[in-house]
Design a binder for this molecule. Structure first.
Ligand SMILES: Cc1ncc(COP(=O)(O)O)c(C=O)c1O
Length: 454
């Protein structure tokens, strides 16, 4: 059993009043978590994986507390969801008030105003001052599916282009857009028709190819292999998430947007992982000033309640026939109440600024580690969405085994850390924006020690 002395500090965004400390009461996972993991194996489909089998009983600020009394530093935010913090008080209050009023009517049966207010807020926050409309769904993948449906209906065309290293979800349509076979696609085919893949801009692995040139390469392939006259939409993550936090070279995204606009192709930005202050802008699209025709959002939108959205140009969003878009739970009143409180907090608490501060801490420390350790091939990302790519120090080849050892050692020391990347060699940092600086720094020190020992 390891007992760790850690500094405590206050939580800027509130949350349950949990000590903001790393505290190991047992080995990780502890005995109660291990017992629950054994029950999971008997009750839950084996296809549902778990990154770190510590079973959580409370969370807030920058920590998750498990059933064995361990307090773990959260560098994952439940995969970029709890930007505003876990159980942020504004969100709890708003959801509790809604819970006491009504839990569900189905917006498409008997509507309520919070759905409209979420749509109005999204129409205001997303890039561009043109007329917009929004529609609400439950998950990122469901919103991606609907963006594709809407783009096809509007253009009367069918083909959709996604990119190398893309991740858009695990439903039947979105699996086809997602690039990586294992674990997301293997054995789940056949995939939907009329989905195509184009080369991405990946500066660390394409020799620093200029962004405009990389876009030209993708466009040329699209024109030769598909034809703009058949293409309904291009969908892209402005910074790729699961693919490895790949930031395309400057000029790549604007060139694609211009080509789409000139060819009546709907440009869809999948901001499911990058959205809502995460990258140090409200949306990653803001960084290069691109204005997507449709934007897909989820994760950070509602402080942990399930909600997703498509927002876009009014003439495109209004194209489908009445009843063509919707679902039983999309825009559930509890999720809408959470979203309104969450989006208000992003603005009132200047969480864009907080993401930039977190980014400065992350990149400063990670670049210092890189300068001393050639196995850290790249440090990249923006704001509170930063990653390191781990490679063989001599060959530069991706080192997934090293990555696995580093992450396992960090987990054992009470730091929740996630990997990603086509080659399984990227460690990603996605702390909640409510994490105190001291805890973030301590988490990075644990990762640094894990790397040194690996
Ligand atoms: C960019 C992107 N698109 C879509 C999805 C799918 O979202 P969900 O898991 O909510 O279906 C994800 C999830 O990680 C994502 O990162």
């Amino acid at each position: 059993m390891t007992i760790v002395e850690a500094p405590t500090s206050t939580v800027p965004l509130g949350g349950p009043s949990l000590p903001q400390e790393r505290r190991l009461a047992t080995s990780i996972p502890g005995p109660k978590s291990q017992a629950l993991q054994a029950r999971k194996a008997q009750a839950v489909s084996a296809g549902v994986g778990v990154t770190l089998p510590v079973y959580i009983v409370a969370a807030g600020g920058g920590v998750l507390v498990d059933v064995d009394g361990n307090s773990l530093i959260d560098l994952g935010s439940g995969i970029a969801v709890t930007g505003v913090g876990n159980s942020a008080p504004q969100v709890v209050e708003a959801v509790a008030a809604q819970l006491a009023q009504f839990t569900h009517t189905c917006f498409t049966v008997a509507p309520y105003d919070s759905y409209i207010e979420v749509a109005e807020t999204l129409n205001r926050l997303t890039p561009g001052d043109h007329a917009k409309r929004s529609a609400l769904f439950n998950s990122g993948a469901e919103a991606v599916e609907n963006a594709v449906k809407i783009a096809r209906h509007y253009t009367g065309k069918q083909a959709v282009v996604a990119f190398d290293h893309a991740y858009h979800g695990r439903t039947t349509l979105t699996m086809g857009l997602t690039a990586k076979n294992q674990p997301y696609k293997n054995g789940f085919g056949p995939f939907a028709a009329e989905l195509y893949r184009a080369p991405m801009s990946y500066p660390y692995r394409d020799g620093g190819l200029d962004g405009v040139v990389a876009a030209g390469r993708a466009i040329s392939q699209i024109e030769k292999q598909i034809g703009a006259e058949n293409l309904a939409a291009v969908i892209i993550e402005p910074i790729q998430g699961e693919g490895g936090f790949i930031v395309p070279a400057p000029g790549f995204l604007p060139t694609l947007v211009d080509w789409c606009r000139a060819n009546r192709v709907v440009f869809i930005a999948d901001e499911v992982q990058t959205g809502f202050a995460r990258t140090g802008d409200m949306f990653a699209s803001d960084h290069e000033g691109i204005v997507p025709d449709l934007m897909v959002m989820a994760k950070g939108i509602a402080g942990g309640l399930p909600l997703s959205a498509v927002t876009g140009r009014a003439q495109i969003m209004d194209s489908p026939q009445v009843g063509g878009i919707g679902g039983t739970y999309g825009g559930n009143p509890l999720a809408c109440a959470a979203a309104l409180a969450t989006m208000a907090a992003y603005e009132s608490e200047n969480l864009v600024g907080r993401a930039r501060e977190i980014g400065a801490i992350l990149t400063g420390r990670l670049n210092a580690i890189r300068a001393a350790d050639k196995r850290v091939g790249d440090v990249r990302g923006r704001g509170a969405m930063i990653a390191i790519e781990l490679v063989d120090a001599v060959t530069g080849e991706p080192d997934a085994a090293l990555t696995g050892r580093v992450v396992a050692a960090a987990h054992a020391q009470g730091v929740i850390l996630l990997t990603c990347g086509t080659y399984g060699n990227v460690v990603r940092f996605l702390p909640p924006l409510s994490i105190p600086d001291a805890l973030l720094v301590e988490g990075l020190q644990v990762v640094q020690a894990a790397l040194a020992a690996a």
